[in-house]
Design a binder for this molecule. Structure first.
Ligand code: MTE
Ligand code: MO
Length: 160
């Protein structure tokens, strides 16, 4: 993968939809970057850009209230209330200056610091979506196929 391939598209209820490359992520200002997401409590190392900085770039419309995190790679989707994550979530995009490996949830992984335990609410560990290729803002809750009962959730964790 070259640094000029799109790794994330942000669209939906925004004024300026955009497609970002690894180089675009790296070009965000230093104050918008997290050099190591472990400092925010992540289990694994990686470099991130604040969601707030991405939102400033796309300019959410006034009616944008839900954030859709879409991973085509394994057809996993979450839609979470935007206000709950706007100022704290980050998007992990790099490891040691290179692309974020698939084994770490790359090319792009969503991470919510101080998330609740797995399967606890809309904003829990399960919303830390891996392999995100598209973020879509919507005015009402969007498509979400996270498991919603314990059995389905345990099956997902077992890799069924
Ligand atoms: N694309 C994708 N992202 C995903 C999942 C998944 O199955 N696919 N599982 C979610 C769930 S249910 C949890 S609890 C966490 C687990 O993160 P981990 O694999 O880093 O432990 O990832 C979340 N992100
Ligand atoms: Mo989960």
């Amino acid at each position: 993968m070259s640094t000029n391939d799109t790794i994330l598209t942000i669209a939906g209820a925004v004024e300026r939809p955009c497609s970002l490359t690894l180089a675009d992520f790296a070009a965000f200002a230093a104050e918008d970057q997290i050099a190591d997401v472990r400092t925010l409590g992540a289990k694994r190392e990686g470099i991130a850009v604040r969601l707030a900085a991405l939102l400033r770039r796309v300019e959410p419309r006034a009616d944008a209230a839900w954030l859709g995190l879409h991973a085509a790679a394994d057809d996993f989707h979450a839609s979470i209330p935007l206000d709950a994550v706007r100022e704290r979530a980050v998007v992990v995009y790099s490891l040691q200056q290179g692309p974020l490996p698939v084994a770490a949830g790359g090319p792009v992984r969503f991470f919510i610091p101080d998330h609740l335990a797995c399967h606890a609410s809309e904003i829990d560990e399960c919303a830390n979506v891996k392999f995100v290729d598209r973020i879509e803002l919507t005015s009402t809750k969007g498509f979400d196929n996270r498991p919603h009962d314990d059995a389905a959730h345990e099956a997902l964790h077992r890799g069924e």
